[in-house]
Design a protein around this ligand. Structure first.
Ligand SMILES: [Zn+2]
Length: 341
């Protein structure tokens, strides 16, 4: 990246109300068939445009073509029966009715390459594409075939690697793997989590990122966060392993969170995508607040490795709120850039 402090969102943005009902996760589509296909891509182009207008340096698809960041990818794979549902506990936090793995999982064709090609054409800036991580994927499924979380995760890692290579070929500059599950399942993280992540990104020449967070600003997550005490030290488990890994960038939450900022030191040498925007609140950060959050990280990450970002996806927020937050992010980064110059 040529720009100092290159800004980007973690991934999702709210969808236009003509595409799906706003401020809701898993919101059903309002269009169908060809109209839906066209509508999703129009929304993606609009999302890219809004990020550029806000002044962001790295452009994402805003996840406008997906109903949900995990489910939509899985829907395109064979081996998973979406009509056969079981209730499981997701990330040890809340119960959900999820699809069942009934046979060997595989990907027949690329899920997002065509969308990424369209995004590439809509932006001159570097583009970033997020995919769900293997551990997060297995955690939203009932497995009646492999009967081993590790085996299923490894299969998904192989599929993700195929998809990542297609996205790279479509012109994606940064491939980001979303692994919120890394903040929950520490034994699996150590046993195979980071290995599966590296398998998913193996052989890529574009940059690779992993996003680990405390989730969207929905009630189940805010209730969970309230139980975590005065200091959130979950990153202490994953950061030393990631520092040793082949992943280039680590995305974490910081603004308004109880994560001790000095944990970033554990990543020394890696690029740090720092959440300087709270996605669990409608209050728009001031540029000064954004700059202050970024500045606090500077003792622990070199300025040329600091990537200002949001704490997590903004899908559940109102559109205007998300837009104003992007503007604040860009303005806050610019304040700090001037200070550093
Ligand atoms: Zn997140």
């Amino acid at each position: 990246m040529n720009t100092l402090l290159p800004t980007s969102i973690v991934g999702s943005l709210p969808k236009p109300s003509w595409l799906s009902e706003p401020e809701k996760l898993w919101s059903p589509w309002k269009l169908r068939d060809d109209e839906l296909r066209e509508g999703k891509l129009d929304a993606q182009t609009l999302a890219a445009h809004e990020q550029r207008r806000a002044g962001l340096d790295i452009i994402s698809d805003g996840e406008q073509t997906r109903q949900h960041f995990v489910t939509t990818f899985i829907e395109h794979l064979s081996g998973v029966d979406f009509d056969r549902r079981e209730t499981v506990r997701i990330r040890d936090r809340y119960d959900a009715s999820v699809p069942t793995v009934v046979g060997a999982v595989s990907r027949e064709k690329s899920v997002f390459a065509a969308d990424a090609t369209r995004l590439r054409a809509a932006a001159d800036q570097p583009i970033k594409w997020a995919l769900p991580g293997p551990m997060t994927m297995i955690d939203t499924l009932y497995d009646d075939h492999y009967k081993s979380r590790e085996k299923l995760a490894w299969e998904f890692a192989t599929i993700l690697n195929q998809e990542a290579k297609d996205l790279e070929a479509a012109g994606v500059d940064i491939i980001q793997i979303d692994e919120p599950a890394f903040n929950v399942f520490f034994d699996e993280l150590k046993d195979w989590g980071v290995a599966a992540l590296e398998r998913a990104t193996e052989g890529l020449s574009c940059e690779t990122a992993v996003h680990i967070c405390y989730g969207y600003g929905i009630k189940a997550n805010t209730d969970w966060k309230a139980t975590l005490g005065a200091e959130w030290r979950q990153y202490e488990e994953s950061f030393p392993l990631l520092q040793q890994s082949s992943i280039d960038i680590v995305s974490l939450e910081s603004h308004n969170s109880r994560v001790p900022v000095d944990l970033i030191e554990l990543l020394r040498g890696k690029k740090v995508m720092l959440g300087a925007i709270d996605v669990a609140s409608d209050t728009i950060e001031t540029p000064e607040e954004v700059a202050a959050t970024l500045r606090r990280a500077l003792p622990f990450v070199d300025a040329d490795k600091l990537y200002p970002s949001t704490n997590c996806g903004m899908a559940p927020l109102g559109r205007r709120v998300a837009r104003d937050k992007m503007v604040a992010l860009a303005a806050g980064a610019e304040l700090l850039r001037r200070e550093l110059a």
